[in-house]
Every structure is written in structure tokens, then in C-alpha cells.
Design a protein around this ligand. Structure first.
Ligand SMILES: [Zn+2]
Ligand SMILES: [Zn+2]
Length: 183
């Protein structure tokens, strides 16, 4: 995310806070800025470590609560990796993730081809309402592959072995219960 994009996101954040009757506190702003500057999907602890120097007296609980508020007002999302710690994401548009099974590194994957090929399942019979989806591809990152297969060139990557999994925990506003359509 470049400087200009960050400024736009910050302005939108302030606008949404005001619309919700929330004050733009220094804590909220600093925590949101810290999240905007990262693409590694930090845990609340990761965000806390990053901002604690700028916010004396800050607790981990507060960081967690502010991150949840950011998700509630729609300026951040939760990246869910089942079984792992909850991670936060400054990207709010639909995208996918590559998850390393060894070091749990989570990288963004923006791929319109993937999005357009996915058909939304009909789950009305289960009384479940799908709001969004995100695909997690599980595998090994370059660093972990280097450790696992020393001496092997990682560019000659073998395909396959990746588990596919859909996550519907993300929330996207104005998406409602629309099904089968790309936004
Ligand atoms: Zn890894
Ligand atoms: Zn992401």
C-alpha cells in the first residue's frame, strides 16, 4: 500500500468512525495506521509490539478491542486460519491467502481467475447465510521449502498437495445474501 492509498484509507476510517458516533482516538488511529502498513496479517500481539512504544500504558486487550472495532466498521478484516491465532488484515476487498503449514506465514493472493471460477454453494437448507468467501491454499513457503529440501532449486516448484478451504468468517458490508455473483 503506497502513501496515497494510506491517506485515502485513513480519511475513510475517520469518516466511518464519525458515522458510527465513535471518536477518532489516538489509540484507534495509531493501531489502524500500524495495520495499514503491514501485509503479513499480524496477530493482535504483533500489532501490540509494533505500537506499544507510541502508546504508553496500552494493554493487549485494548489492542484486540480496537482491532475488532476496525473490523466492525469495515476498515479491516479477519484472516482466519483454523487452529491458528486470529490474524488481522487491512485489505477489505475479496482476496485469497497462501498459508505456510510450517511457519504459518500468510500471504495475499489476488487472483481474479480464482474468484470467477468459484461457484457459491446453495446452503439455504442449512439456514446459513454466506456473506463472503476466501480461499486458503495450504503449502510451504519458499523459506521453509529451502529448509526442507536444501540444494533444490525452489523455482522448479512441484505443483499439487495444496489443500483448498473456504472461509466464510469474513464480513463485507453491502454484500448481503447475494449469491453466485461477483461483486
Ligand atoms: Zn514457511
Ligand atoms: Zn489478506
Amino acid at each position: 500500500m503506497n502513501e496515497r492509498q494510506k491517506q485515502v484509507r485513513l480519511a475513510r476510517f475517520e469518516e466511518l468512525c464519525r458515522a458510527r458516533g465513535l471518536s477518532v482516538t489516538v489509540q484507534r488511529r495509531v493501531i489502524f495506521e500500524a495495520l495499514l502498513g503491514r501485509s503479513d496479517h499480524p496477530t493482535p500481539d504483533g500489532v501490540y509490539e509494533r505500537v506499544k512504544g507510541r502508546l504508553p500504558g496500552l494493554s493487549r486487550t485494548t489492542v484486540y478491542r480496537v482491532l475488532e472495532t476496525l473490523v466492525d466498521i469495515g476498515v479491516a478484516t479477519k484472516a482466519c486460519a483454523p487452529g491458528a491465532a486470529i490474524r488481522f488484515d487491512p485489505l477489505t476487498h475479496r482476496h485469497h491467502h497462501l498459508i505456510c503449514m510450517r511457519c504459518e506465514k500468510l500471504t495475499d493472493l489476488e487472483d481474479d481467475e480464482v474468484v470467477s471460477r468459484v461457484e457459491w454453494p446453495d446452503v439455504r437448507a442449512r439456514a446459513f447465510q454466506i456473506h463472503n468467501y476466501s480461499i486458503h491454499f495450504h503449502g510451504l513457503c519458499a523459506a521453509c521449502r529451502r529448509k526442507a529440501e536444501p540444494g533444490k532449486s525452489i523455482s522448479s516448484a512441484a505443483r499439487g498437495g495444496a489443500k483448498k478451504e473456504k472461509c466464510t468468517h469474513r464480513r463485507e458490508k453491502s454484500h448481503g445474501a447475494k449469491r453466485g455473483k461477483k461483486q
